[in-house]
Ligand binder design. Structure first.
Ligand code: FAD
Ligand code: SF4
Length: 509
């Protein structure tokens, strides 16, 4: 009998493995404690992973496949992939082993070593999910000086023939459109709301609680609202393309207190668990555009495709190109501890309070909230990148290392020294005020620089550039920033540094 392993994020019911039912194939799934379990986890993240795995397992069984499923609290579960597999191999007459390409670096290494130790045939197959190969960035880079996301995105648009005329030129004559010039909703404009699912996961919650995880965040176990299987993921996609896509690009970077999800798709969890593929998401978005191109403008479509095809595949490429050293990079020598309010929302800085509370409630933030508020603060405050990674990895329902790490460690914290981003994403209060309505009800004043009520981001911004000067001046785009700093009177510069020092010293009190 052949044994086929399905990892916790490989819930692709359309995988060719399942085209035919075969009594000589036994599938194996296991809920195992991870090495990263010491990190505080959002309850919804754990619930989502376990519930989606169990839903997938039920579907396999309903379709007649043979499955061995090891539950979190199963006495037979050794919480180690290799040991669990060996045990099953001994119990059943296993003559061959297969697994799908893992997306987690450590699991990949572990399974390769495990297979080398076997004396039966073992094979790794594709997950049939992504639009690029793991090492496609490395191949693409041959003969090129460096990689930029915009160029990689263009390459992928051409390779997959997405939004192109017959002559290979992009629709509308441009590869990329700036769309996010809307900083608040128009008067009387109300986003249509988000599609909710209503799952009762209280039994799974009991298992999690009994397993001793250190959890935080609102559990929502009695009314869990994320999609947990392929048909719900498709429903979510349909809802997004019919209701939200027409305004996606326009408001993708807007941050407002009255709407958490705005026009975002909330597809990241379903995508990362592989309930749906990026290819089918893109196909549906393009189809919607062809059918409704009088009501949806090209920039809205292109903004979304850039995220799925550009960012998502690019981040994966960066991960496989630079692991495992990537995790330990700390280009800016950031050493501070993450303030405790990241787990409580208990801070006077209203933007942080809003996004941390939203995350505690939903286990989700949109991209701009992650980078311009949560990530910007840790960057400016010099928080150790591993502390930042741990927070982003534990607190978000969609956090899978291959996508979370390049976004956090690289794109947001610049700990990779510019492999992912061309310049640190460091912003002062002016940017947050422009993109959000958070400042309007904050104790601090975004326009003030040095007074007692001045927004802490303003002094922290200059402190960041000043203390990292040696590590950032090679970036051409920082020239204007340093010119502005150098043009200030010495006593103003001193006042900024003193104010930021005092704030940073008080951060954890
Ligand atoms: C610091 C930081 C950490 C992040 N961590 C994660 C993570 O752990 N898991 C994760 O899936 N995304 C992560 N992102 C990317 C992005 O924030 C989320 O994918 C997005 O907010 C998910 O919500 P959505 O599905 O509604 O996205 P939408 O705005 O609707 O976008 C559609 C899809 O595009 C893809 N996408 C969008 N932005 C990015 C991006 N920057 N990188 C890669 N793909 C992107 C996602 O698959 C997303 O589902 C992170 C971004 C930042 C700045
Ligand atoms: S004033 Fe500063 S701290 Fe307050 S919400 Fe605005 S940016 Fe955030």
């Amino acid at each position: 009998m052949k044994l086929r392993l399905i990892l916790s994020d490989q819930l692709n019911t359309n995988h060719s493995w399942f085209n035919q039912q075969n009594d000589n194939v036994l599938y194996l799934m296991m809920e195992i404690r991870q090495k990263s379990d010491h990190i505080k986890q959002h309850k919804q993240k754990l619930l989502g992973i376990l519930a989606s795995m169990r839903s997938f397992a039920n579907e396999l069984i309903d379709n007649g496949h043979k499955l061995k499923y090891l539950y979190l609290n199963d006495p037979d579960n050794d919480h180690n992939i290799g040991w669990n597999i060996l045990k099953i191999m001994e119990q059943k007459n296993i003559t061959a082993f297969e697994y799908q390409e893992p997306d987690h670096y450590d699991t990949d290494v572990e399974l390769k070593q495990f297979c080398d130790s076997l004396d039966i045939p073992a094979k790794m197959v594709s997950t049939e999910h992504f639009l690029t190969e793991r090492n496609e960035i490395t191949t693409y880079l041959k003969g090129r000086k460096n990689i930029r996301i915009s160029a990689y995105y263009r390459y992928l648009r051409k390779k997959h023939n997405i939004l192109l005329y017959d002559d290979g030129e992009p629709y509308g004559g441009k590869w990329s459109y700036l769309t996010d010039n809307h900083n608040s909703l128009r008067k009387n404009e109300q986003p249509p709301g988000h599609l909710t699912f209503h799952h009762n996961l209280t039994d799974i919650e009991k298992t999690i609680d009994a397993s001793g995880y250190e959890c935080t965040g609102k559990s929502n176990a009695h009314d869990f609202n994320w999609p947990l299987n392929r048909s719900e993921a498709l429903e979510q996609l349909e809802y997004f393309t019919s209701k939200l896509l027409p305004a996606y690009g326009k408001y993708q970077n807007t941050m407002i207190t009255q709407s958490q999800y705005l026009y975002h798709s909330r597809l990241s969890f379903a995508l990362n668990q592989k309930m749906i593929t990026p290819g089918e998401v893109i196909d549906q978005v393009c189809k919607t555009y062809e059918q409704k191109n009088k009501t949806i403008s090209l920039p809205q479509i292109e903004a979304f495709i850039k995220k799925i095809l550009g960012f998502r595949e690019y981040m994966r490429g960066i991960y496989w190109q630079h692991m495992p050293e990537y995790r330990h990079k700390n280009h800016l020598f950031a050493e501070n501890k993450l303030p405790g309010f990241y787990y409580t929302g208990n801070t006077d800085m209203n933007c942080l309070k809003q996004v941390i509370n939203q995350n505690l409630e939903t286990s989700w933030l949109h991209n701009m909230q992650r980078i311009a508020v949560a990530g910007n603060f840790t960057l400016l405050a010099g928080i150790h990148p591993v502390e930042v990674d741990n927070w982003f990895s534990g607190m978000f329902i969609d956090a899978s290392e291959w996508i979370q790490l390049p976004n956090t460690h690289g794109f947001s914290q610049f700990a990779d020294g510019g492999l992912t981003a061309t310049i640190p994403f460091a912003v002062s209060a002016r940017f947050i005020k422009k993109k959000s309505n958070y400042c309007a009800s904050c104790k601090y004043n975004p326009n003030k620089k040095l007074s007692k009520d001045a927004c802490p981001f303003n002094a922290m911004y200059w402190h960041f550039y000043h203390r990292n000067r040696k590590r950032l001046t090679w970036i051409l785009r920082t020239k204007n920033i340093y010119d502005t700093w150098d043009a200030m009177e010495a006593k103003t510069r001193q006042a900024y540094l003193k104010k930021a020092d005092a704030f940073l010293a008080s951060m954890n009190q």
